[in-house]
Ligand binder design. Sequence first.
Ligand SMILES: Nc1ncnc2c1ncn2[C@@H]1O[C@H](COP(=O)(O)OP(=O)(O)OP(=O)(O)O)[C@@H](O)[C@H]1O
Ligand SMILES: [Mg+2]
Length: 450
Amino acid sequence: MIKSLQNQLVVALGLLVTVIGIVQGVSSYQLSKTGMSALLDMRLEQVAARLRDGLADSLPKNPARGTQDDRDVVAVVWKPDERLPFRTTDPSLHFSRDEKPGFSGVEVNGEHWRIFTRQEPTMTILVAQRSSVRHELTTEAATLTLWPIAVLVPLVWIAVVLVVRRSLRQLKRLGAEVQAIDMGHLQPLPTIGVPAEIAPFVHSINTMIERLAKAIEKERKFIADAAHELRTPLTALQLQADNLAPHIVAGNQERFQELRRGIARSGGLITQLLRLARADAPMEGAPLARVDLAEVVTGAVADVLPLAIARGLDIGAEEMVSAHVRAVETDIGMAVKNLVSNAVRYTPDGGTIDLRMRRDGEMAWVDVIDTGPGIDEALLPRVFDRFFRANPDIEGSGLGLSIVKAIAARYGGDVTLRNRGDGGSGIVASIGFPVEKVDKNVAAAATAPA
Ligand SMILES: Nc1ncnc2c1ncn2[C@@H]1O[C@H](COP(=O)(O)OP(=O)(O)OP(=O)(O)O)[C@@H](O)[C@H]1O
Ligand SMILES: [Mg+2]
């Protein structure tokens, strides 16, 4: 079954053209054959007329046998009272003088002939032509009429393919745009220049996108509000616990500390939820700055350095490149920091964490490479899911990478996580942002001496 609309149109139109071509070819072949036959008949009639008008007398009396070309017409003239023909262009052929007047077909010397007989009071005239020669001539002429069709049909096929492709190009472009729609990119489809047949379709998709965006925004707001509301009682709870601490008897200390850790964990979860809701929020009106990515990287390393030293982790940034991103500075900082803190959290004591920067066309990337256990390949596709944790033994809310992904999407960037392919275990977490396009005039003015 052909599923592509383009193929369906091309095949349908192409077949239609071919059928028209065949019908046209067959009919013009037949018509030209009939026409040619009529012309040849007319020639026989004309020759007979000329013979009657005196040409018979000027024919040679005894033509040498076999001197006549096969393709020529044969003429025989009889006078009323003579048995033998008065004149014949080929004496080896014995036609009967009693054929009925007009056109008919006879068999002479094993060959089929088309003859025209004319009975005059003074003479009987017979003009004949070999049927095989007539067939040859008519077929030749009819075949010539097929040439234009034979050339035109393939040309029309090519034209059909080109025209259909051209008409469907817009549909393909729309398809690509529909495919690019996801939670982080809910832009309506462009309606300018869309063909009238597709416009209602685009309009319904846009209405759906609008509804979807509203629903998502509602959900996001609910999460943000819920997290915000939960924060106040939790802070109060934490204060109460702090106040209670000196009064807890020694025997209950352990259970009390467990309670405080639980409160702290809940606090961490609420903070991450709030961050995710903020990262998912539309960016309307947020002040954008020119963020130096290298500075963000060194800042993230500095932040975790005390913890890393305490755990004997060797952390360092190398291969820095100069790249700037137009963004809210805290967003970029949080994204890189989340990747670095994952590396610190999941790499066992004494491991190594390297941060590297690289440029790839319009994108600037930060790679965070650790020597931890890595992630099971089967679980890897799920690490960006909310609340997903590949290693439940180590504490975490499972929201860090979702936050990173939301931030990357918000600036047209991307984030990837893969196991190191160089023999050792560990993760390569990479985040890339499109670098800021610097207006050359502005840059020149900025560097010009005052
Ligand atoms: N560098 C890493 N090495 C090994 N596992 C990792 C690494 N980074 C992430 N993971 C796995 O991916 C899961 C999801 O990470 P994510 O950052 O989203 O959540 P989290 O670290 O558990 O919690 P949060 O970051 O919200 O405090 C983690 O639970 C962990 O199992
Ligand atoms: Mg994390």
